[in-house]
Ligand binder design. Structure first.
Ligand SMILES: *[C@@H]1O[C@H](CO)[C@@H](O)[C@H](O)[C@H]1NC(C)=O
Ligand SMILES: *[C@@H]1O[C@H](CO)[C@@H](O)[C@H](O)[C@H]1NC(C)=O
Ligand SMILES: *[C@@H]1O[C@H](CO)[C@@H](O)[C@H](O)[C@H]1NC(C)=O
Ligand SMILES: *[C@@H]1O[C@H](CO)[C@@H](O)[C@H](O)[C@H]1NC(C)=O
Ligand SMILES: *[C@@H]1O[C@H](CO)[C@@H](O)[C@H](O)[C@H]1NC(C)=O
Ligand SMILES: *[C@@H]1O[C@H](CO)[C@@H](O)[C@H](O)[C@H]1NC(C)=O
Length: 397
């Protein structure tokens, strides 16, 4: 996972924050008239697929070459550039989301991001140092959301000043905001990477669903009404999963070279998630839920990569070791190696990340994230089929 620390001089840091500010400002595009919901903010819960800086705010920084394609430097994201959530914010005319935990230079006027890389729906036994999973599980993210709502209202109303320029106006915000959720991939790997069978993984999926239900119920009780729920990716098409489960990678494969078994686990999770969202629709009056089939978008990209102008979707852009996947579980993207007494970059990026699907074996490139965004933004893969901008109208029952 995370790699070595590196010291950066004060001057470089200052320069980087200036560059980042300019980049982030540019992103806050004009709001189109075509915004029937007028979402004033996004509050996002999730894992590394949508973490914009929580994990590196607490743990080792994201290293170069992460972020190079768009931000020109590491920007808290596990990709070479923007994530799907960034394109979503842009589509809604909102700023890119800052991580709630990022205390430096953050602007929460249009939302906050609670997602953490390596985050799970249910707590994983053992600390980050032993398990590799983030302590910021979904229940912790919900506590943080409660704290955010509570504290930002207090600070906005009672302290004011500069805080009115970096915190949201609490009026109506909670009920008008869009709540997005993208989590579950790591809950699947918890079992699979512990050598569980798909049957054993499936056995704990109902527990995951109860926790998602209860998290959404809590947000509803706080006043949240608009929910946009991503399902989980085809795990069996991701190089790290194929590397951590060589037995399943060697067993039955589909036409795209993905593990049939691992994808069956992901699809089981997704079918239960679809049912869970459906039940919430029935029990939470006045709420609007959009279930988004991100699995289908990602699978389309991977199975039709060549036709879509991408290279081998199972070949990692920023990796090490060559071979089928160019992925080494011990030498990841951005990791350095001692060669004859000098430290050199071993996990190097490819020449053409814009033609790669997999950035680092776990996460997608910006180009792939953009493809996924384009697939889901108009509602073609959603239930009900509403566009992102109309997600407040998703009252299909
Ligand atoms: C964590 O450990 C407790 C106590 O041994 C156990 O009951 C629980 O099932 C474990 N959780 C997971 C996710 O393995
Ligand atoms: C919100 O803040 C108030 C006042 O500080 C406190 O009494 C209340 O318990 C807090 N609620 C939550 C959910 O933290
Ligand atoms: C925070 O973002 C909002 C919306 O983009 C902007 O109006 C405001 O000026 C920003 N605050 C600061 C301190 O830059
Ligand atoms: C899973 O099985 C493989 C092959 O038997 C073994 O090498 C590996 O250590 C096992 N992993 C765990 C976490 O038990
Ligand atoms: C989700 O369930 C609904 C029925 O509630 C079904 O119509 C829809 O096809 C399902 N979506 C996916 C992506 O499986
Ligand atoms: C490391 O040093 C040895 C001996 O001088 C040399 O043969 C080898 O090519 C060097 N390796 C690299 C990668 O430079």
């Amino acid at each position: 996972m995370a790699s070595a620390h590196r010291c950066t001089s004060m001057a470089t840091k200052l320069l980087m924050s200036v560059v980042l500010l300019v980049v982030l400002k540019r992103s806050a595009g004009a709001r189109s008239d075509d915004s029937p919901c007028g979402f004033p903010a996004i509050f996002n819960l999730g894992d590394s697929n949508s973490d914009t800086g929580a994990f590196p705010a607490l743990f080792p920084a994201v290293q170069p070459p992460y972020g190079r394609t768009f931000f020109g430097m590491p920007a808290g994201r596990q990709s070479d550039g923007r994530l799907t959530i960034d394109f979503m914010a842009q589509n809604l005319g909102l700023r890119y989301l800052n991580a709630y935990l990022d205390s430096l230079g953050s602007n929460f006027t249009q939302g906050a991001n609670f997602a953490s890389a390596a985050g799970t729906i249910r707590r994983v036994n053992g600390s980050l140092w032993t398990s590799g999973y983030s302590p910021i599980s979904l229940d912790v993210q919900i506590w943080q959301l409660q704290q955010f709502i509570n504290r930002s209202q207090f600070v906005y109303n009672n302290i004011g000043g500069i805080y009115r320029e970096i915190l949201p106006n609490p009026e109506n915000l909670i009920s008008k905001a869009l709540y997005t959720l993208d989590i579950g991939q790591n809950d699947l790997t918890v079992g699979y990477f512990d050598n569980m069978t798909t049957k054993q993984v499936e056995a704990y999926v109902p527990d995951l669903m109860e926790r998602i239900s209860s998290a959404i119920q809590t947000v509803y009780n706080l006043g949240g009404r608009y929910f946009w729920v991503h399902n989980t990716a085809p795990l069996g098409c991701l190089p790290y999963a194929l590397t951590f489960r060589p037995d399943l990678a060697a067993a039955e494969k589909d036409g795209a070279g993905c593990s049939v078994e691992l994808n069956a686990g992901a699809r089981f999770f997704n079918a239960r998630l679809n049912e869970t969202v459906d039940r919430l629709r029935a029990t939470l009056p006045g709420a609007a839920f959009t279930y988004v089939d991100v699995y289908a978008a990602k699978y389309r990209l991977i199975s039709q990569a060549k036709k879509l102008g991408f290279g081998d979707p199972l070949r990692v852009c920023c990796g090490y070791g060559g071979g089928q996947y160019n992925f080494d579980r011990d030498i990841r993207c951005g990791d350095k190696m001692e060669v004859n007494g000098t430290s050199v970059l071993a996990g190097k990026p490819c020449e053409d990340p814009f033609r790669s699907v997999s950035w680092d074996g776990v996460h997608f490139t910006e180009a792939a994230n953009k493809f996924v965004f384009d697939q889901i933004v108009d509602g073609a893969l959603s239930d009900p089929p509403v566009p992102l901008r109309r997600a407040c109208q998703a009252k299909g029952q």
